[in-house]
Design a protein around this ligand. Structure first.
Ligand code: GLA
Length: 745
């Protein structure tokens, strides 16, 4: 397992009970939570307990690894019975097919989604994986070795459970010890199974400027394929799912969820099989996949994180989001709240100049902004999106004395400085492309499809990787840059890597992403203070893989506040508010012409990690005053908003007239809630808001950040009052917003 992908979880009293071969088993029985005697040495049962969750699997009579249980935590004294293969139900549905395997090889007549599919050098494509051995690297981890019944292909399954959340990290390492190369055609990180029941699947889809649409559907017979074939995570679907049982809703019911930590082409298949079991299999996208393993070589899959909650879809997202902040983010478990940024993109686009940026910096500093970020347009011959990508030297016409005067100015104003880069791309109209036309993804002799007038550098190549690392290292070494906005503005076409023999060229799907991660890791190690944002034309590269190396993400180029309410509702189901950058930009909005007040725009963005991205030269004094006041109010409660427990009190989805969120600090000493009325009808007011997650016995004072509660609302009351009686707000009209804080006395 790539140790970078799994941080060490804190040790607790929790234990994994594992039945082991006899000698080890006897030794293990001295531990508090040893698997009781129903586990036999020939058919061991493995069990991981964490948070409110138990996950159990075992070896069946045939030697296959079979899932036994995934759900609410069971007593340490309860014995999980050993695994038995499912019956053959008819001559069409074999036992191998019906048995919910942990990691099934494609062979023996498997028609379900395999975890692993291989072609051997002699043309054999049958792979049947049986249990060999297990080890327990630490109290929360397991490693299980499987091997094909006759060929020297071994798979090591890695399991690690987080004792606090019960979130499981699973991945696999596939090793070829055959005398000849084998071709891996499909490799998942993990498969998970659920017993037959009525389930609802939640998943996120979108497009440029329209990311984070929540889809909800009943799981029915067949497959729902969530995937990207784009070489990157993509806007079109996100590698996350949540499944609710029966009538599970936002705050109630059993839910299972997962997220794949991979920023290349990926796939998650949710499958209801012919006997109504549900299986979730996720990993590399098998489309156009082919990873040749020579003798002695290994392939590591990405990590698939998965968990369980009793508390509905809201509970699922709170668990996952806390886990991400604590165990995935590079500065976890206690990252500092994000600096409030100003970004110049919507103000100036490519027309950046030293004087223009300095003028914006002065206005930004006066608002109480922490970080000034210069976006696209500062380098090479970058006057439009037709030229310059690849030429990472400062444009001397725009910045005659380099970046230093602007950076010094920004520092003198009390802000730190950030810069936009798009390292993996090149415009054909650039010095880099003229020198190295072979450095891009391409098939020789075929057209090179441009998108936004650019091509994708083949980062899988070592020389390209070294060039990209080299210019970024130089940029960071020569300038006082606190932050990089790392963009990626197209997806792949013609994914050739013609320096390699044909049978190895498809390794590009793995090696490109690996090299991206290694560049990010090396830059962070060499420049420890530097923070990085993952942007891909908005939210095209947001996943738990990239979040291990980046501090925040840009969810969408669409900054219209009404659209953002829905996007933020979708985004936070999978990713924490801590990483969700949210800018306030100009009104009317460039995308849809909608006019909204600066107060409404600010309150929408204050639900995330706040930024300002408008043309401040055009803002009225009144708007600047409001913005300054609200930035100051935000700074006071930012940690609660961005790192607390998020409750979606009213979802803005499905054309809802209203929406509301609440965030409660982990110690329940503070809550902040926001309410938005999109367009109220007649005299009807805002629905009464019954808050959630407070300490019922504590007293909380209510303070307005913006807007009013109705007359007679108490200034102070118990948590049980705010949660049971609730609060009525005075919100009427179009695009109205209010925000309040509750502070424990
Ligand atoms: C992408 C980003 C924008 C901006 C532009 C610059 O579209 O998402 O925020 O940085 O590139 O070209």
């Amino acid at each position: 397992m790539n140790p970078r992908n799994l941080k060490t979880f804190p040790k607790t009293h929790l234990s994994i009970s594992v039945a082991l071969p006899l000698v080890a088993f006897l030794a293990f029985c001295t531990q508090a939570f040893a698997q009781p005697e129903s586990s036999s040495p020939s058919q061991p049962v493995f069990r991981l307990d964490g948070g409110d969750t138990t996950y159990a699997f075992g070896v069946n009579e045939r030697g296959e690894l079979q899932q036994l249980y995934w759900g609410g935590r069971i007593s340490a004294q309860d014995a999980v019975p050993p695994a038995h293969p499912e019956k053959e139900l008819a001559s069409f549905d074999s036992s191998y097919n019906n048995t919910p395997q942990e990691y099934a090889g494609w062979g023996a007549g498997l028609f379900q989604e395999p975890a692993l599919k291989v072609t051997f050098a002699d043309g054999n494509r049958d792979l049947v994986l049986h249990y060999v051995s297990s080890t327990k690297p630490d109290v929360n981890s397991l490693e299980i070795t499987l091997k094909d019944i006759s060929r020297a292909i071994t798979v090591t399954l890695h399991y690690k459970i987080d004792p606090e959340s019960g979130i499981l990290a699973r991945s696999a390492t596939i090793e070829n010890s055959e005398p000849k190369p084998v071709m891996i055609e499909q490799a998942a990180a993990a498969s998970f199974s659920l017993p037959p029941a009525h389930y609802t699947l939640n998943y996120l889809t979108g497009r440029w400027a329209g990311e984070w649409t929540l889809n909800r559907e009943t799981i029915q017979a067949g497959e729902r394929v969530l995937e990207s074939r784009r070489g990157t995570t993509g806007h079109q679907a996100n590698p996350w799912f949540a499944i609710g049982k029966g009538d599970a809703d936002e705050e109630h019911g059993e839910t299972w969820f997962g997220a794949l930590a991979w920023s290349g082409s990926w796939r998650i298949v949710v499958e209801q099989d012919q006997i109504d079991k549900v299986r979730i299999t996720g990993g590399f996208n098998p489309f156009d996949f082919g990873y040749q393993l020579k003798t002695g070589e290994k392939l590591e899959t990405p990590v698939f994180y998965a968990g369980y909650s009793h508390h509905g879809f809201g509970g699922a997202s709170r668990l996952l989001n806390h886990f991400t902040v604590s165990h995935i983010l590079p500065e976890g478990p206690n990252p500092k709240p994000r600096p409030v940024i100003y970004n110049s993109w919507e103000a100036t686009e490519f027309a950046v100049t030293e004087a223009g940026q300095e003028a914006l910096a002065e206005k930004a500093a006066a608002l109480g902004i922490d970080r000034f970020v210069m976006d696209d347009g500062w380098f090479g011959q970058r006057k439009t999106d037709h030229a310059g990508l690849g030429d990472w030297y400062v444009n001397k016409e725009k910045f005659p004395n380099g970046l230093k005067p602007l950076i010094d100015k920004v520092h003198s104003l009390g802000m730190d400085f950030g810069l936009w880069v798009e390292p993996e791309m090149v415009n054909p109209n650039s010095d880099l492309y003229r020198q190295h036309p072979d450095w891009v993804l391409n098939f020789p002799g075929r057209p090179r499809t441009e998108q936004r007038n650019q091509l994708v550098l083949n980062l899988a190549r070592q020389d390209v990787r070294d060039y990209v690392y080299g210019f970024l290292d130089k940029l960071l070494s020569e300038n006082q840059i606190a932050f990089l906005k790392w963009d990626y503005n197209r997806n792949w076409s013609e994914p050739g890597w013609d320096q390699l023999p044909p049978e190895e060229q498809k390794k590009v799907y793995v090696q490109f992403t690996r090299n991206l991660y290694s560049i990010l890791a090396e830059l962070r190690a060499k420049h420890p203070g530097v923070e990085i944002e993952s942007c891909s034309g908005g939210g095209g590269r947001v996943d738990l893989g990239i979040l291990h190396y980046t501090d925040e993400v840009w969810p969408s180029d669409n900054t219209d506040p009404l659209d953002r309410l829905t996007q933020q509702d979708g985004f936070t189901r999978a990713y924490p508010v801590q990483v969700m950058m949210a800018w306030v930009t100009d009104s009317p909005h460039w995308l849809n012409g909608r006019t909204t007040s600066v107060t409404y725009r600010m309150l929408v963005s204050m639900q995330g990690s706040l930024g300002i991205g408008g043309n401040l030269n055009k803002w009225s004094d009144a708007d600047l005053t409001t913005t300054k006041r609200l930035i100051a109010a935000y700074h006071q409660v930012q940690k609660t908003i961005t790192q607390g427990d998020l409750y979606r009190l009213i979802s803005p989805t499905n054309g809802s007239e209203f929406s509301a969120t609440e965030t409660v600090s982990p110690d329940k000493s503070q809550a902040v809630f926001f309410a938005f009325a999109h367009s109220t009808q007649e005299e009807r007011g805002f629905p009464r808001l019954q808050l959630l997650g407070l300490d019922p016995t504590a007293e909380y004072s209510l303070t307005s950040i913006e807007g009013k509660a109705i007359p007679g609302t108490p200034a102070q009351a118990s948590g049980s009052w705010w949660m049971n009686h609730g609060v009525d707000l005075d919100l009427h009209g179009d695009f109205q917003a209010a925000a309040f804080r509750l502070d424990r006395k």
